[in-house]
Write a protein that binds this ligand. Structure first.
Ligand code: HPA
Length: 249
């Protein structure tokens, strides 16, 4: 079973042949929404809308632990996570896609581990490579096959939100080595690692980050909505081709 987590502008997958939906409860509370099961390119897929149907949950309010736990409970081993970002790298203009290979975490106050509380062992998971290299490669192979231009690599900076960043904050992120900025990449990626799930991200550039490119004065979110709708057509193609090629093990 392969999981797809959809972000803003992807609360459902048009190409998924849905078989059923299921409400799942977890020891960590309720996931963002019911899980949707179906087939995509002949593979069994479970889809989860990260913000819920109707975009109810803000990035800092998402129950990431319940989401990942619910997917693991469906015998999922691979998670393909879609997330919208602001572009910092000059090659990441609105509408571009990237498969990041590194992560900077600026979030705070989120439930970011399964290993807490008096009964929990002390565990330090390795997170040198936050995205599973083999699963990233599957997406890159899918992109090549589909004739889609995607940036191979890049550092995803995860901010707390829900507000957008100041131009000075983006300048700092750039100095830190960030290529793109989003609000939902963490703790999702590390919780997947704690559950031993393979995890890779498709970052979809909605807008130039604050102070960059077209966003020197302010960020035009109306334009970003249109960009995202168009980019999601590419994302659906990327997912369909990647799954058609087949994932490892
Ligand atoms: N900043 C943070 N998260 C985002 C942005 C941004 O500019 N665009 C889309 N998600």
């Amino acid at each position: 079973m392969i999981a797809i987590i959809g972000g803003s502008s992807l609360s459902q997958l048009a190409s998924l042949q849905t078989t059923h939906r299921q409400v799942v409860r977890t020891p960590y509370g309720e996931p963002s929404c019911a899980l949707t099961f179906g087939q995509l390119s002949g593979r069994n897929v479970v889809f989860l809308a990260r913000h819920g149907y109707g975009h109810m949950h803000a990035p800092h309010e998402i129950n990431y632990r319940a989401n990942l736990w619910a997917l693991k409970a469906q015998q999922v081993r691979h998670v393909l996570a879609i997330g919208s970002v602001g572009g910092i790298h000059p090659g990441l203009a609105p509408g571009a896609l990237a498969i990041p290979d590194q992560l900077l975490d600026y979030t705070w106050g989120r439930k970011h581990t399964f290993f807490e509380g008096p009964d929990s062992p002390v565990v330090h998971v390795d997170f040198t490579q936050p995205y599973t290299p083999g699963l990233r490669q599957c997406l890159l192979d899918g992109a090549l096959q589909a004739g889609l231009d995607v940036l191979d690599g890049g550092t995803y900076a995860c901010t707390q939100g829900p507000r957008l960043e100041t131009a000075a904050e983006i300048a700092r992120l750039r100095r830190d080595g960030a290529d793109m900025v989003g609000m939902t990449g963490m703790p999702e990626a590390v919780l997947a690692r704690e559950l031993k799930l393979d995890y890779a991200c498709v970052a979809v550039v909605a807008n130039d980050a604050a102070g960059c490119g077209t966003s020197t004065g302010q960020i035009d979110f109306t334009a970003a909505g249109v960009v995202m709708e168009q980019a999601m057509v590419k994302v659906e193609r990327l997912l369909a081709t990647t799954l058609a090629l087949g994932l490892y093990h």
